[in-house]
Design a protein around this ligand. Sequence first.
Ligand SMILES: Nc1ncnc2c1ncn2[C@@H]1O[C@H](COP(=O)(O)OP(=O)(O)OP(=O)(O)O)[C@@H](O)[C@H]1O
Length: 820
Amino acid sequence: MATQDTAEHTVRDDGVRDREIRAEQGHLDRVYRRLEEKIDEAEFLMKDASERSQVGTPGALAERDAQVFRAGVHLNRLNSEFEDFLFGRVDLLAGKDSVRGADGAYQSLEPDESAIRVDGSADIAETLHIGRLGVLDSDYSPLVIDWRAPAAAPFYRATPLDPGRVVRRRVIRSKGRRVLSVEDDLLRPEVRASLDGAELAVVGDGALMAALGRARGHAMRDIVASIQAEQDLVIRAPAASVTEVEGGPGTGKTAVALHRAAYLLYRDRRRYAGGILIVSPTPLLVSYTEGVLPSLGEEGQVAIRALGSLADGAEAAAFDPQPVARIKGSGRMARVLRNAARGALETVGAPGAPASASDAPSDATSGMLPGMALEATEAPHARQAPHRTPTRLRVVVFGARVELGPEELRRARQQALGGTAPVNLMRPRARRFVLDALWEKSGAAGRHLDDPELAAETRQAFDEDVSTEPEFTDFMDAWWPELTPRRVLAAMADQGSLERWARRTLRGAEVRLLARSLRRLDAAGDGPLSVHDVALLDELQTLLGTPVRPRQPTEADMLAELGVQELTTAADRNQGRQSRTQRLAEERTEYAHVIVDEAQDLTPMQWRMVGRRGRHATWTVVGDPAQSSWTDTQEAAAARDEALGTRPRRRFELTVNYRNPAEVAVLADRVLALAMPGSVPPAAVRSTGMEPRFALARGGLGAAVREETRRLLAEVEGTVGVVVAMERRAEAREWLAGLGGRAVALGSLEAKGLEYDATLVVSPAEIAGVASREQVSKGERPAGLRVLYVALTRATQRLTILSAEGDLPDEDGVPDLLKG
Ligand SMILES: Nc1ncnc2c1ncn2[C@@H]1O[C@H](COP(=O)(O)OP(=O)(O)OP(=O)(O)O)[C@@H](O)[C@H]1O
């Protein structure tokens, strides 16, 4: 009987499902017909504009460029958004007091009192389709509403507890022009609603679960069809000041941050023409998330940058070992760098001349982590003997020899450095002090004291005479060389110099470690950089400044002068051909809005770097303190406060874990309890019934990793992430050789923000840097425990823990740190 009921129900349900899919297909067909008309219009506009060839005056050029650009953008968006273009629908009750706006839509979010009759029946008064872009029919009625428009908010905000006017929310899955499925949520199950005289059908188990259950690839998908109410609040929060978002792993922080960027651009494109910067911890996370904004129809105004690619055209991905990273990340470095920027004047030669540095590195701690493509070796170029700043200046002026000695030059330098300007910009001032000193020394200063005009003329002639002397210009180049951040950083590899610059700021052992780690750079500062070096370079850039040089006006300048905005110019288009490094070096350094992902991991020096990019910006900062791999969290919090300034802050919390099945979350929560006792984990929304597996590496670790990875590859359709301690990353790659592209080896710090269908966590104790709960209870709570928490929360379906002896596993293979 029960079987038959179910069978009958399924048959009926399939019939309803097919009918509902056909109805949505009909709507999608209409949308496509309209889109095609619009594409024809855009193509016509493009052609027309490019045929107008009044090139010659900047005005004509600007007008043509602007037209071609606008039509091109329009066309691009229409073409690119054809995939999964239409994804949602809401069926709504009549709005309160039946008040409609100019567009004919109900204005109120709440239903009219008469919308639900006393017998519980109601009519659907309005149906809205939601998509990636708004499309109006030829009579201006909305065929599709842009997901970011206020009218689309009920699609995301309505919950059974607070449904507003929404009776049914539908997610439509389509591929190209074909509707594949529909998934409905009934938000007012108590209402018997009808649409055009027929009962409102409900199909499927809800879109969220369907979306979460799908296999993962190597790129993040947008969540535009299933944004949840608490996430929508963040995405649409007003952009004023600072929006802070905290939430545990898998709560959608990254997804929300990306959707927020798209939302802000939609709401106020002009304001955000100043650019939105999204700061991400690693290049892996950048490439994982890079496709989301284009899928939402947004690209040009948003830069997603890894912390290692924020400054100086650098593309650093390597991590320093923890002791070195702690020094380089500490706010104390600001003082050291300030001294170095000034002190390097004496140790760094003019560009092209040799710079300083001396003894070779002698231990492995100087190197970045093995397997990070960078070795702990000295720069290939032999280091030269330290540059000696000139200690004497001899010139012939007014026919006489004038000489300044070490003491006079030292005084002139001290006077020049008395200002606060960047060091390179102090050069003219330094030059003036040297000229003053020469003038005094020459005795000419005593002449014509009774005739100020003649005295001034004599002085001017004196300066001109000296300035043209090659001895003087060569002296200035060597005595006050133009410094680059890289040359100064390289100069810090000289231990003697660094000791002076870090006096009373760093301890002796810290100086030695830091100097050694920088010996990877050659004298000009070329060589492999670590992620942490990049924040130092950025700080140095500020301290040194860029000397002002006259530059040729570009086409972009001319257009800007004409007030043309939102435009790609020929110059911009050429940029596409430039190297990525050059582009990174040249791109803007200040933004209108800054979004920081994984904010808990920024070091104080990184906060300073990011802060400089948003001095006048509004901010969105998302993070999870429980996942912080940075050790000195208080110092980082102070630096964060400084970067964000005194702007008012709005705080949001995300509480639901969409990534991990409950079975995985329970295990991760045990580590959370050790790492941060008392903190509340996010609630997992789904369960797979698959408990994590505990395996023991009895023979070699490599063989066990291969075997367990193979097993996981057979169990899931998508990706498998193998997370190891940072220092094992290189060997882990070799272990996985030949297993195919679905399996990826990751150092624990690189796993940040990423997710995999299945995860193999190799030796929790190695990742955490601590082996037993007893050690932890004695007070050892290394940042490594939080890193382990990150590793354990990457799986969307399956999790295997592989332990070695050092993990102190029990007879079931459960390592000590993960016991219940
Ligand atoms: N509303 C949603 N609908 C569908 N999928 C969602 C939703 N919210 C989040 N997800 C999915 O959950 C996963 C986790 O999201 P995301 O990576 O943004 O979380 P996170 O908070 O940044 O995690 P972590 O702190 O671990 O980096 C992603 O696969 C994301 O697509």
